[in-house]
Write a protein that binds this ligand. Sequence first.
Ligand code: UDX
Length: 429
Amino acid sequence: MRISVIGCGYLGAVHAACMAELGHDVVGIDVDAAKVADLAAGRSPFFEPGLDDLLGSRHGRLRFTTDIAAAADARVHFIAVGTPQQAGSDAADLRYVDAAVHSLLPHIGPGHLVVGKSTVPVGTAARLAAIVEQTGAELAWNPEFLREGFAVSDTLTPDRFVYGVRPGDSIATELLDEVYATPLASGIPRIVTDFATAELVKVSANAFLATKISFINAIAEIAEVTGADVTTLADAIGHDTRIGRRFLNAGVGFGGGCLPKDIRAFRARARELGLESLTFLEEVDQINLRRRQRVVDLVDANLGGLTDRRVAVLGLAFKPESDDVRDSPALDVAGRLVAAGALVRATDPEAIETARRVHPELDYRPELDDAIAEADALVVVTEWRQYRELDPVTIAQRTPARLIVDGRNCLDPQRWRDAGFTYVGLGRP
Ligand code: UDX
């Protein structure tokens, strides 16, 4: 199958590489010449485990260009551009999706299928379908559920495929089945539905995950004033398979390029529809943001003030195995500590360069030892394996700090206490 992928950011670059891996002939198209040059040279513009290998072993089936006319040779065209939060509003900014679809119009016709993968407000697909259909081509909505850090395996073997198609469509389902023939053959479920349901599946899944995290973080707040332990509680309720243990890790909360903006856009869309149904997502957002200040307050309380105190912040990425700092709780905590007067040295195994681009003023230390050398307190805000596996006895020899605030509840309190540290977790006694 000849495929074009419009937009080679996180989603598009991974999708293009994975479609080539499945044996298709793929062209990735992006307006950013620097990004295209990187990808064409087999280099991923961002850190994603396994992606460089795929870009390097593409067997001549994968190319990248800035020229949208290259899409003309393809039959299936994936739209994988970003839908960021609008400046000054909670709603999604659809200008890149609209521009991508319009740029395709001169190059498509009968027999072509345009497939939206971007996360969009419900109603977008129907609006775009009316435009695409004027060329004789068809449109489908096929949301993506990939997680950063697992993007390659999530794309090649997702939990499910969802196709939003026009009722009684002729080619959409058939073409998508052909595109995903290999993973479908292994029995991955596929749900064929209408546009609105497909669009809503994606935002509902993200809203549910965000709600689950904020639920446990709300319980952490209760645990903090009652002396209970939220991690033991999560283990206990997680044994109920109706609840499940995953996404019940209390800590500094969710961030990244998806969950925060998606819950805001979803709530904004409901409001546009005249519905109060999703006002609770406002609370989900607020609980999440409160946790960031909680980490700062714990450092403050345990050091007896922050002014001119030296704090080593371990982690900048919004989660491990990623160099993404979009809406990162870790980077936000570092900024809040600085604003409160602390002298912060921040470190991360992968995200220093991306963090530097948005917060050039922070003091970054690529080496952990350098970050902790003169610290009064250590704060773990991204649970990288490197930090989870730190040996407290060794660390005690390398830093004068005797306070560790575990913003991800990823460390063993007893081991740190045994090594002479005051250990403080979130929602833990
Ligand atoms: C998410 C969805 O999981 C994915 O399906 C969707 O396609 C895009 O958005 P991603 O943003 O890569 O993926 O990250 P995810 O692994 O979901 O984590 C999101 C945030 O929640 C991270 O900041 C993570 O640290 C936080 N988190 C996750 C918690 O605070 N507690 C948890 O228990 C789980």
